[in-house]
Each structure stands twice: as structure tokens, then as C-alpha cells.
Ligand binder design. Structure first.
Ligand code: ADP
Length: 160
């Protein structure tokens, strides 16, 4: 049987427990899962690319299906170049829906062989985002339970 390959693209600035939840659940379905950090985002990141990659590697080390890489250019072309059959995205609140729908339909137009799969977040993470975590940490709020320990330490070091 051929391996089912998927990619999970994102900024991961930094990876949160919400991301990790989606990755763990997608790993039950796909044989190989590329967690792909997009290098060409217009957002100014808190963590440089290498740090984001290193943190993801550390906190996904227990999931054998995961490969961590950076990616450039169009996500759907990157997915096709990896032989991926799917792009996996997480859905939190209704607010994610419209944006994700736009991207998914554009990606389908560009590359009809790559499907987009949505994984609904665990309800305890539905209001969790990298931006919220950074905002809370900036003012010395407690972010334990929102991000893995290694990420918590990395963020605290930034705002100390
Ligand atoms: P992007 O800049 O592409 O939105 P993110 O790193 O913010 O990148 O998110 C990557 C993916 O993870 C997206 O599909 C996003 O919906 C999903 N995601 C982010 N936070 C959560 C969460 N708390 N629960 C589920 N999915 C999430």
C-alpha cells in the first residue's frame, strides 16, 4: 500500500497545544505528516525560522509520522512536490471558516489532486492562538497549559 502523505502548513510562531492537538490527531490518519513552517508569511515573527523549526521538532519528537521542514512559495505546490494527498488545517471558531474556505477553494483550483482536510479543534483550545499566547506572555501572564514546556520557556526568555 502506498504511504498516505499530508502536510500541515502554518506559521507556528510558536507552536501551541492547539497545533499539537491537530498534529496528533492527523497522525492517526496519515502515514507521513510534514509540519511545514511557511517562511514567506507577511507577518513579522517573534521567533526566527530556525527556532520555530527546533521547537516543533522537540515537542513532536514522540510522533513517528512527523517530519518538520520549512517551506516556501505556494503551499499547494509544496504539497504536490512532497507527494502529499492532503493539506490538513485546524478549525477553531466560525471565524476561521471563511478564510479557510477561500484558501481551500483556491488551492483546489491550482492543484486538484491535493485535498484539504479540516480537523476540528478540541474545544478547550478553540480560543487558543499563537498571537494570544504571545500577548499574555508579554505581560507576564500564565501560559502554562497553552503551550508545551519548551515553548513556554522560550517565550518567557523573549519577554524577560
Ligand atoms: P497560519 O498563519 O497559516 O494561520 P498558524 O500557525 O496560525 O498559521 O496555524 C496553522 C494551522 O493550525 C491553521 O490551520 C490553524 O487553523 C491551526 N490552529 C492554530 N491554532 C489552533 C488551535 N488552537 N486549535 C486548532 N487548530 C489551530
Amino acid at each position: 500500500m502506498t504511504e498516505k502523505i499530508a502536510i500541515i502548513p502554518g506559521s507556528f510562531d510558536p507552536i501551541t497545544n492547539g497545533h499539537l492537538d491537530i498534529i496528533e490527531r492527523a497522525a492517526k490518519v496519515f502515514d507521513v505528516l510534514y509540519v511545514s513552517v511557511l517562511a514567506n508569511s507577511s507577518k513579522q515573527p517573534l521567533f526566527d525560522l530556525d527556532t520555530r523549526l527546533a521547537l516543533i521538532k522537540e515537542v513532536t519528537a514522540h510522533i513517528p509520522q512527523v517530519r518538520v521542514e520549512s517551506a516556501q512559495g505556494l503551499t499547494v505546490q509544496y504539497a504536490a512536490s512532497k507527494g502529499a494527498v492532503a493539506i490538513v488545517r485546524g478549525l477553531r471558531a466560525v471565524s476561521d471558516f471563511e478564510y479557510e474556505m477561500q484558501i481551500a477553494s483556491m488551492n483546489r483550483t491550482l492543484e486538484e489532486d491535493v485535498e484539504t482536510f479540516f480537523v476540528m479543534t478540541n474545544s478547550k483550545y478553540s480560543f487558543l492562538s499563537s498571537s494570544i499566547v504571545k500577548e499574555v506572555a508579554k505581560y507576564q501572564g500564565d501560559i502554562s497549559g497553552l503551550v508545551p514546556k519548551a515553548v513556554e520557556e522560550a517565550i518567557q526568555a523573549k519577554f524577560r
